[in-house]
Design a protein around this ligand. Structure first.
Ligand SMILES: Cc1cc2nc3c(=O)[nH]c(=O)nc-3n(C[C@H](O)[C@H](O)[C@H](O)COP(=O)(O)OP(=O)(O)OC[C@H]3O[C@@H](n4cnc5c(N)ncnc54)[C@H](O)[C@@H]3O)c2cc1C
Length: 497
């Protein structure tokens, strides 16, 4: 495995029993897990190629307990890794051997549903889908819908700034979060934002979105809830090539239409999902687009006609419009199950997550085909096509010597290509450990220094989720002394992992 983690502090490992006792004094009963068997379920997240047992697992139930744990760990200089459901695909929740794993699963209550202000106040361990379920009786829902929504938590969504098929029109998690309560590493509790639309001062709630558990532990989140649109219908369109499908995506957006969702799959992904879900996808096409239009009935009818015309003009081989809610959900069922479906045709896969300008899709797909041949590994592609967010799934077998390393090198080349064509390293899965060492491909040393300075303002000892996101470890003392002027920082002397 190519990503190296910080060396564990031997002195902390030697003090394990004492640390576990201190944690038990804060969270009594079964809230502290310290046996190897009990900690196994926490050793990895969705990036299963990496595994590490933590020093101990703690499952607090109240903000006061979280504050006491962090205060203790700060005083004793013990690293802490926050965790929601552990579905992160970038290794963000990977434990550290000398660190406490802070599981937030017991923060699972919905505290307040306020239809008048169109918000719900929820604890971070509430699953994404549970928010929509809690408000559906009144015709409301929570818009960001990661495919993992049945399991992933709102705290994890905030930390990763997660997206989903409906984020093209309704925004990512950070566009749908108005406030949060967060405990800092020192144990101080801060409240950012609230039910109101804007707050004075710096946009700190904007900073927390996508902070990957490096700034604080989120203990409460205020999310927007939206009224369900009157109608939603989906169009399923098959194309003879990914280039044609890519051109169709560009033409739809160029026509001024923002679909509720616009997703694309290539042939390997179509075949894998059809065999798994039986969504009645056409199997004689090279690329499949699912375009969802929502809103008032008359508007949806008009948009369906326009999108269908555009698709035919782009060479669509076949086109079906959902005629019932059940059929619309079936169209989506395949796409939403694409990752597990690909898991059925390969022992292992790496799910990459880069973003490119939409117009570069044909070029990037062609280059990816070459890379697939070069590395001798298959790749299946699913995209949030409207956002230009790619999810190439690289198929490999961890039991075959060298295949994981080849898959990681292939993945790194794809992400570098995304940056080269004017895109970014991540769309929605975060940096974690997966893309950490690629950060200098996208950011200069000065960019990274300023990002780390922000981290230092929240966590001066660098104890929250160390080894994630930044390719160099905690440098708060040094950055505090440093005069940042242009590119003259003494970075070459700073050891990377
Ligand atoms: C099958 C599958 C499909 C997926 N589909 C999508 C998708 O469509 N869109 C998408 O964006 N992602 C997707 N993901 C990725 C993943 O589900 C998201 O990143 C999700 O937000 C992670 O939530 P979690 O509760 O599992 O968090 P975890 O994996 O437990 O943690 C993720 C990060 O959040 C931090 N964290 C967790 N809770 C807190 C907290 N309370 N305070 C501070 N930091 C915290 C952790 O330290 C870690 O850095 C998918 C994953 C899988 C396995």
């Amino acid at each position: 495995m190519s990503v190296r983690m910080p060396e564990p502090d031997q002195a902390l490992l030697a003090r394990r029993d004492e640390i576990v006792r201190a944690l038990r004094a804060i969270v009594p009963g079964e809230g502290v897990i310290a046996t190897e068997r009990g900690m196994r379920p926490y050793e990895t997240d969705g990036l299963t190629a990496y595994r590490q047992l933590p020093l101990a697992v703690v499952l607090p139930e109240t903000t006061a307990q979280v504050a006491a744990i962090l205060r203790y760990c700060y005083a004793e200089t013990i690293p802490v890794v926050p965790r929601g459901a552990g579905t992160s695909l970038s290794g963000g929740a990977l434990p550290l051997a000398d660190g406490v794993l802070l599981g937030m699963a017991k923060f699972n209550r919905i505290r307040d549903i306020d239809f008048a202000n169109r918000v719900a106040v929820v604890e971070p361990g509430v699953t994404n889908l549970a928010v929509s379920k809690a408000v559906e009786h009144a015709g409301f829902y929570y818009a960001p819908d990661p495919s993992s929504q049945i399991a992933c938590t709102i705290g994890g969504n905030v930390a990763e700034n997660s997206g989903g098929v409906h984020c093209l029109k309704y925004g990512m998690t950070s566009n749908n979060v108005l406030g949060c309560e967060m405990v800092l590493m020192t144990g101080e509790v801060v409240r950012l934002g609230g039910k109101h639309l804007d707050a004075g001062g710096y946009d700190l709630i904007g900073v927390v979105g996508g902070s990957e558990g490096l700034l604080g532990v989120v203990t409460e989140v205020t999310v927007r809830i939206l009224k369900k649109p009157e109608t939603a219908r989906a169009v399923l369109v098959g194309f003879p090539s990914s280039e044609d499908a890519g051109a169709c995506v560009a033409r739809i957006i160029g026509a001024g239409i923002i679909p509720a969702g616009m997703e694309m799959m290539d042939r390997p992904a179509i075949h894998a999902t059809e065999a798994f879900v039986h969504a009645d996808y056409p199997l004689d096409v090279e690329a499949l687009l699912i375009v969802e239009l929502d809103g008032p009935q008359a508007e949806v009818d008009h948009l369906i006609a326009t999108v269908s015309e555009i698709a035919r003009g782009c060479g669509a081989m076949n086109l079906r419009v959902s005629t019932s809610e059940a059929e619309r959900l079936l169209f989506w069922a395949g796409r939403k199950a694409a990752f597990p479906a690909v898991g059925r045709i390969s022992p292992d896969y790496l799910c990459m997550d880069g973003t490119i300008p939409r117009a570069k899709l044909p070029l990037v797909l062609a280059r990816m085909k070459d890379m697939s041949a070069k590395y001798g590994l298959r790749v299946a592609n699913v995209f949030h096509a409207g956002d230009g967010n790619l999810h190439p799934l690289i198929l490999y077998d961890a039991n075959e010597p060298g295949e994981l390393a080849r898959a990681e090198a292939f993945g790194a080349d794809i992400l570098k290509l995304c940056v080269e064509v004017g895109g970014v390293l991540t769309g929605e899965h975060g940096v974690g450990i997966e893309k950490r060492d690629l950060m200098p491909v996208m950011f200069s040393e000065v960019d990274l220094a300023h990002q780390q300075r922000l981290k230092c303002a929240f966590d001066d000892k660098g104890l929250l989720n160390p080894g994630k996101v930044f390719p160099v470890l905690n440098r708060c003392a040094e950055l505090g002394r440093m005069h940042v002027s242009g590119g003259n920082l003494p970075f070459p002397d700073i050891p990377r992992f």
